[in-house]
Design a protein around this ligand. Sequence first.
Ligand code: GTP
Ligand code: ZN
Length: 233
Amino acid sequence: MNTDAAASPDKGLAASSTEPDGDEALDYVAARLISGKLTGRPVEETMDLARIEKAVREILIAVGEDPDRDGLQQTPARVARAYAELFAGLRVDPAQVLSTTFEANHEELVLVRDIDVMSLCEHHLLPFRGSAHIGYIPGPDGRITGLSKLARLVEVFARRPQVQERLTSQIADLLMSKLAPRGVVVVLECEHMCMAMRGIQKAGAKTITSAVRGTLQHDAKSRAEAMALIIPR
Ligand SMILES: Nc1nc2c(ncn2[C@@H]2O[C@H](COP(=O)(O)OP(=O)(O)OP(=O)(O)O)[C@@H](O)[C@H]2O)c(=O)[nH]1
Ligand SMILES: [Zn+2]
């Protein structure tokens, strides 16, 4: 499995943006993944849109289309702009999402269910879509993060070429390292268009992946309690 892209998110043009105070190096599409601040440079400065346009024009010719016909003339440029959004997570350091934490003295499970997930499988570049459920038990200092930050974390990792297993574990691992909680559980349930629209053509099949860390990994009772909230019977 090729993990290069997700392992080195900062090898692109926005490489200097990995410090919390470096969001001004990001384009506005990537910056929007990190916070609600209205900031960022034009996407043209951080992505080679012309190169994508050229490649898409070649694909249209190769599949037997006429890229110069009326309806397709703007398509390469549209696809380039769409890819700038769909792969914006490659230009962002996910740790920046968790730079805001709060003291709350809360030492019980915090769980956000049913976070919409849309990503592209790295094998076919076709979408997979479903829900993420993220729970954590704060560390001894009782520090929590903003609820929206859990959803933002999903977005940053999902807007990269992905496999569902890695997307799941990346969310769990970053929460463990940045928030130092007692435990983390992440469950994703997704339908993959590469299994529905092509190939085996099994629409509706759901893939469920989980990543469990810390006490939730070792303590069967806490894990069962968290799982019961995530997947109610
Ligand atoms: N484990 C895993 N597999 C995925 C994910 N997304 C897509 N795939 C699979 O990636 C595999 C790629 O298999 P290959 O045999 O190389 O490609 P293919 O000939 O297009 O495979 P088929 O889809 O079976 O037609 C397929 O089995 C897909 O279902 C994912 O998130 N996780
Ligand atoms: Zn696929």
